[in-house]
Write a protein that binds this ligand. Structure first.
Ligand code: NI
Length: 155
């Protein structure tokens, strides 16, 4: 595994639509492993999407510290959303900034694992918020596009 460089706001790659994964090969496995290591480096992140390491593929990893542990999503699709909740978000690609965003309270997401097997997951709370945040990255959307109020500087 290797750390990858995190792309930050201002880089065009964060604003592009990522492409579907079509080969569930060793290269995908390496990308996922590297993304997890990069996300967990210094315990900073709870989610990381491939465009954040400069790879325009529909892939993200999430670990919000709950019983699900590390989860990998390839070609994810949020198929149902329910409720709404406002909470504070940050992003490894938007260092030093945070702000409140409105997200669904509960979602159902369909995706594939690294072997190409499909799965469906019901998520709520922080996990649902994180999955929505990471899904947005795959469409070139950042949390700062969705702020509900004036942001505050965090550091
Ligand atoms: Ni982010």
């Amino acid at each position: 595994m290797a750390l990858r460089e995190i792309v930050t706001v201002g880089d065009e790659v964060l604003r592009k639509r990522a492409r579907e994964v079509s080969s569930f090969d060793a290269k995908l496995g390496i990308l996922l492993d590297d993304m997890t290591e990069t996300m967990k480096y210094d315990n900073r992140g709870i989610g990381l999407a491939a465009p954040q390491v400069g790879v325009l593929r529909r892939v993200f990893v999430v670990d919000v510290g709950d019983e699900n542990g590390l989860m990998e999503f390839v070609n994810p699709e949020i198929i149902t959303t329910e409720g709404s909740v406002i909470s504070e978000e940050g992003c490894l690609s938007v260092p030093g900034r945070s702000g409140c965003v409105n997200r669904p309270e509960r979602i159902i997401v369909r995706a594939h694992n690294r072997s190409g097997e499909p799965f469906e997951l019901k998520a709520e709370g922080l996990l649902a918020i994180c999955i929505c945040h990471e899904s947005d990255h795959l469409d070139g959307v950042l949390f700062i596009d969705k702020l509900t109020e004036q942001e505050e500087a965090t550091d």
